[in-house]
Design a protein around this ligand. Structure first.
Ligand code: ADP
Ligand code: MG
Length: 355
């Protein structure tokens, strides 16, 4: 008989562990971009410019005018679990920033060639640093790995090149660069719509014109028109609701029942995070199915704010999903609010026709 013996158990090399972990956080260029946009917003940027080559696989660059990174922090900024945002686990329940785990830059540095140029407002010059696998490396072979002084604007430029150069299977799976660019544009434009206090641009490197160009201080609806066109933005009605007891509130813009679209569009923000939340989506879709002509789909921009201690943002490595307390009650309130709005706008339209 064949005896099957166990293979010895060994501890994985740190670099292998880090690369595997990085692959779980950064699935594709658009995940990296989401993390980078959130860092720029956390840094108080009022302007964010994104430049992309080959769907972000070749180059993914983001420039902001935020507070920059302290020069003395540059050596550790790309190590795993280094953050300026969280100190104690308990802080998670009141956290006001997008970031808290200190994993994004580390992850990106493990699966791409990453460089950071950053300048604080009160600093004489900018510093440029190059990273591999969490650590500073020389920009050129044989050079020094110390951050180099250089000219630059206040704020930070992050450039990730050759994403997944060291994970071949992942790189091969992401061959459709048009599809990747679409996802990048989706993330950038959604954050642009939600953050009207920040000007966003998104362009393909070398293209004469940006695909996204929102202005600092433009209204939400102006930004929706910029991205989705006048036909959709004109069809939207505003919703708003506040629950004192749960300390939850939401507002948004949703398509009125009169307008037909062939693809659902959801821009769902929970405490400013762009998330997927299937129960909310399903509930809204089924409401619209009962109200809209057959086969047409809703457009929904929803800005939901919940007491931070009622939300768990740490359920998914990409933070793409969140859970919150009293989900059923809050979803029912969203549905009621949209339903009433649709009824009242449709009635007034009928009314207008009759009179
Ligand atoms: P986290 O956002 O969870 O703290 P990251 O790996 O995304 O972790 O970033 C690590 C740290 O680098 C942040 O805590 C922040 O201090 C700094 N940082 C990253 N991006 C920027 C930026 N665009 N501007 C200023 N500081 C930044
Ligand atoms: Mg971050």
């Amino acid at each position: 008989d064949v005896v099957i013996r166990p293979v010895p158990i060994r501890k994985l090399e740190e670099s292998v562990v880090n690369r595997i972990a990085a692959g779980e956080i950064i699935h594709r260029p658009s995940n990296a971009l989401k993390e980078l946009i959130e860092n720029s917003l956390d840094a108080g940027a009022s302007s964010i410019s994104i430049a992309v080559k080959d769907g972000g696989m070749k180059v993914l660059q983001i420039q902001d005018n935020g507070h920059g990174i302290r020069t003395e922090d540059l050596p550790i900024v790309c190590e795993r679990f280094t953050t300026s945002k969280l100190r104690e686990y308990e802080d998670l329940s009141t956290i006001q920033t997008y970031g808290f785990r200190g994993e994004a830059l580390a992850s990106i540095s493990h699966v791409s060639h990453l460089s950071i140029t950053t300048k604080q407002a009160d600093s004489e010059c900018a510093y440029k640093a190059t990273y591999a696998d969490g650590k500073l490396v020389p920009a050129k072979p044989g050079g020094s790995s110390a951050p180099e002084p250089c000219a630059g604007n206040n704020g930070t430029i992050l450039t990730a090149e050759d994403l997944f150069y060291n994970i071949r299977s992942r790189k091969d799976a992401l061959k459709n660069i048009r599809d990747e660019y679409t996802r990048i544009f989706e993330v950038a434009s959604r954050y642009a719509i939600h953050n009207s206090g920040t000007a966003f641009t998104c362009r393909k490197l070398g293209a004469p014109k940006a695909d996204l160009n929102t202005l600092h201080g433009a209204s939400t609806i102006t930004n929706i028109r910029q991205v989705f066109g006048a036909k959709i933005s004109n069809s939207l009605v505003e919703i708003q609701h506040k629950d004192q007891e749960l300390q939850a509130e939401f507002k948004g813009h949703v398509s009125s029942a009169a307008h037909e679209m062939h693809k659902s569009v959801f821009l769902l923000f929970i405490n400013h995070r762009l998330v997927d939340h299937s129960p909310i989506k399903r509930a809204i879709e089924s409401l619209y199915t009962s109200v809209l002509p057959k086969g047409s789909r809703p457009f929904v921009y929803l800005d939901l704010r919940i007491k931070p201690e009622d939300v768990d943002v740490n359920v998914h490595p990409t933070k793409r999903e969140v859970r919150f307390l009293n989900e059923d009650i809050i979803i029912a309130q969203i549905i009621d609010c949209i339903h009433n709005k649709l009824l009242s706008t449709n009635n007034s339209r009928e009314f207008a026709l009759q009179s």
